[in-house]
Ligand binder design. Structure first.
Ligand SMILES: Nc1ncnc2c1ncn2[C@@H]1O[C@H](COP(=O)(O)OP(=O)(O)OC[C@H]2O[C@@H]([n+]3cccc(C(=O)O)c3)[C@H](O)[C@@H]2O)[C@@H](O)[C@H]1O
Ligand SMILES: Nc1ncnc2c1ncn2[C@@H]1O[C@H](COP(=O)(O)OP(=O)(O)OP(=O)(O)O)[C@@H](O)[C@H]1O
Ligand SMILES: NC(=O)CC[C@H](N)C(=O)O
Length: 686
């Protein structure tokens, strides 16, 4: 399969469809389904779900019991199966079907010329406007049976799972409308038995406000069942004798809405989405309560009948029907981002307030560099001091110029401290650092321009040494500033260095979110104008540890030139940490998110001038750096990291929480997977 094929990376394309129906005309309704299915197949769709009783129409009352119509339904199923012979998608269509002495409201699964099985509706609404028990028998408890159709006998029951042999993890269950309105929907047991995708065939008349209820039910079911949930409701053509129909169709995955169709449509509508089967499998595996719940519920996968089929998905580039955030830690949806910023900021403040309260500490010491991280930490400390009514002078800020400190960051550091009204001091570390290097017999001590890691770490170490001793002297704690991205990459000086502090408010914050949080603090006017102006100047400065002096006219030591763009490194971090995806899959996702600066969405307020793209070679290159540093080099720095709050759902790196790993591991499996599976030039095969 091509690298750009979604089916190579654990995705499957699915569709929830609503189509115009003619009441009592199964032949015509089946023809419409077949046409739609053919179109969807051409788009690479592997599953298409259609509305409840879609072959006959739902709101036909006692016509449901007319033999001529029921015969016509069976003939239409046969015709549809025939038409499906060369069509990709597994079809779930709704039909009234006779079985033994009763009539069932059923979902019929059809694939490439075959009826794979029939799933009856478990729970029949018979209240208010509904009258289903007048015609149908409930399917609940019906398992292990066969139903006779015109083409022969096929499996019948609520114990059916349709499993694609050639799409790992693509296991489909069906339920019908009311089935998801009950406390224990049949899909609850089906997912415990292994279904990852649930199709709900629905005919749900619309009343004011009901659309929200449907969304709530389906979203919750997809979230608690860790599955993809496709809901397809009847619309145009259903009887308006006493009711109206809005044809709502959507696809949820693990509690997230992927796609929805417009409501009250005229004509065919399909919500087409690429669902992530790896994500569902990973999420179930790591949410170990899922398996506990299966055991407690007594659901045995072996008690379900797995009806196997070969899907035969396309192997080329069919695009990507899924939104991928460029910044997984910084959502592009404005209201979601607003809430995330509010929460991230308040998590930091609340955590620090609690630590100060519990220790009875009334002062904080922070090294202020004029860079992003110490700025964010200082803003948080200022808010914590306000909440505890300590006064801003409770914060002792030290700016400590070293050999690489630029005039710009130094003046930003002073401006920030002054504007926030904290106790600001300057402490030049150069004499102490020079003495130390000299005592160590480092070449720099003899006047040679040798700027090696020792030279860098002497400065980072001395700053930390000063901060801790100043904390002793002032009954204070040292507030750490290192962020989540730096922890992931091991981009800090260990032990006697910025890796250590008494409490690190930033440990759970990735760099891309810190940048945005500062933008958010500016745009929401949380401080006075002088503070906001300084914050803007800090945001506009290139990220650098400033440990090495820049020669006249030279670009200073750029962090991102060395360890990679934080945009890409945070992208990789999120997908590895949160979902344990393969590097090749992360590279595929990164390509979708980053290859075209014009495509997709940027977080609100993201500067136009910084909107850039990355190609597959760049993604691959920086991922190699990430994998080596994350899996092989930097764990020892995280294994001994100070306390600090988890902030993002994407994960934290505390060895006491989200991420426990050996400090002497190998990155080989990840590097080899990347080497093997990701082609060197975009578009080619690996
Ligand atoms: N698995 C392991 N278990 C125990 N010890 C291990 C180890 N792997 C290495 N080590 C030891 O640790 C040393 C490496 O760690 P370390 O001493 O920290 O030094 P290292 O990581 O080599 O250097 C620190 C880097 O972080 C950068 N930095 C520092 C400060 C702030 C910022 C910033 O921008 O925020 C960036 C700085 O530019 C420099 O490149 C090795 O030389 C070795 O002695
Ligand atoms: N000149 C300085 N004065 C005081 N503290 C400093 C100075 N340089 C570094 N530090 C301390 O060491 C920490 C790490 O340094 P570094 O320069 O990497 O971080 P930063 O400037 O805050 O943020 P960023 O890494 O985003 O530039 C800083 O957050 C700060 O607490
Ligand atoms: N067809 C159905 O099962 C509809 C019942 C569902 N409770 C509704 O109100 O939409």
């Amino acid at each position: 399969m091509e690298f750009r094929s979604i089916y190579r990376h654990g995705f499957a394309r699915v569709a929830a469809c609503t189509v115009p129906v003619v009441l009592g005309d199964p032949d015509r309704n089946a023809a419409v389904v077949a046409d739609v299915a053919a179109d969807l197949g051409a788009r690479g769709v592997a599953l298409a779900v259609f509305p409840e009783l879609g072959l006959s129409g739902y709101a036909i009352d006692d016509l449901r019991q007319q033999d001529a119509l029921l015969d016509a339904v069976e003939i239409a199923i046969e015709a549809l199966a025939e038409r499906s012979r060369d069509i990709l998608p597994l079809l779930l269509v709704g039909a009234p079907l006779r079985h033994h002495d009763a009539l069932f409201n059923a979902a019929v699964a059809i694939h490439r010329g075959r009826v794979l099985g029939v799933v009856p509706k478990s729970f029949l609404p018979n209240y208010r406007e509904f009258y289903e028990q007048r015609h149908f028998s409930p399917g609940v408890g019906r398992r292990g049976e066969l139903i006779r159709l015109r083409s022969g006998e096929v499996p019948f029951g609520t114990d059916l799972l349709f499993e694609a042999e050639d799409l790992p993890g693509f296991v489909v269950a069906a339920e019908i409308c009311e089935d998801v309105w009950v406390p224990m929907p049949p899909s609850g047991a089906a997912v415990l038995a292994g279904a990852t995708v649930v199709g709900n065939l629905s005919a749900s008349n619309i009343t004011v406000g009901k659309a929200d209820t449907r969304r709530l039910l389906c979203q919750a079911q997809s979230g608690r069942s860790i599955c993809a949930y496709l809901y397809a409701a009847a619309g145009e053509g259903e009887s308006t004798t006493d009711l109206a129909w809005d044809g709502q169709a959507f696809v949820f995955e693990n509690g997230t809405l992927l796609r929805a169709t417009e409501r009250f449509p005229t004509g065919v509508r399909a919500a087409v989405a690429d669902i992530d089967l790896d994500l569902l499998r990973q999420e179930r595996m790591r949410t170990t309560s899922f398996e506990q719940n299966r055991a407690a519920a007594g659901v045995l996968p072996a008690e379900y009948r797995h009806v196997r089929f070969r899907s035969g998905p396309p192997d080329g580039d069919i695009g990507f029907e899924r939104r991928v955030e460029r910044f997984p830690f910084v959502p592009s949806d404005p209201s979601r981002l607003e809430q995330d910023c509010f929460e991230a900021y308040n998590i930091q403040v609340a955590a620090l307030v609690q630590r100060l309260r519990a220790t009875g500490t009334r002062r904080m010491v922070i090294g202020i560099s004029g860079g992003l991280d110490s700025t964010q930490a200082l803003i948080v400390a200022a808010r914590a001091a306000d909440e505890l009514q300590l006064g801003r002078e409770a914060i002792l800020g030290y700016t400590m110029p070293g050999f690489g400190t630029s005039a710009g960051t130094r003046s930003n550091a002073h401006a920030l401290m002054d504007a926030l009204g904290i106790r600001a001091s300057e402490l030049d570390i150069r004499p102490t650092a020079a003495l130390m290097l000299e005592n160590m017999d480092h070449p720099f001590g003899r006047g040679e321009p040798v700027y090696d890691v020792t030279f860098e770490n002497v400065q980072a170490g001395l700053r930390t040494d000063y901060l801790f001793r100043l904390a002793n002297q002032n009954d204070a704690i040292v507030i750490g500033t290192g962020d989540l991205s730096e922890l992931a990459l091991g981009w800090c000086t260990y032990g006697v260095g910025d890796q250590m502090s008494h409490y690190n408010v930033n440990a759970g914050l990735p760099k891309t979110l810190i940048q945005h949080l500062i933008r958010w603090v500016i745009s929401s006017n949380r401080f006075d104008r002088p503070v906001l102006d300084t914050l803007q100047a800090i945001l506009d400065t290139e990220i650098s540890p400033e440990l090495v002096p820049a020669a006249e006219g030279e670009v200073l030591q750029s962090t991102e030139n060395k360890i990679g763009p934080y945009a890409l490194q945070d992208f990789t971090l999120f997908h590895l940490l949160r979902f344990g995806f393969r590097p090749s899959k992360v590279a595929f996702l990164a390509l979708q998110a980053w290859e075209d600066a014009e495509r997709g969405f940027w977080p609100p307020g993201f500067p136009q001038a910084r909107r850039r793209s990355y190609d597959l070679d760049e993604i691959r290159h920086w991922m190699t750096v990430f994998l080596r540093r994350f899996f092989q080099f930097s764990q020892f720095k995280r294994s001994a990291m100070p306390n600090g709050p988890k902030i993002s759902d994407g994960g934290a790196l505390s060895p006491r929480g989200d991420w426990r790993a050996p400090s002497d591991g190998s990155a080989r499996a990840w590097l080899e997977e990347l080497e093997r599976e990701v082609p060197r030039a975009a578009g080619g095969s690996a």
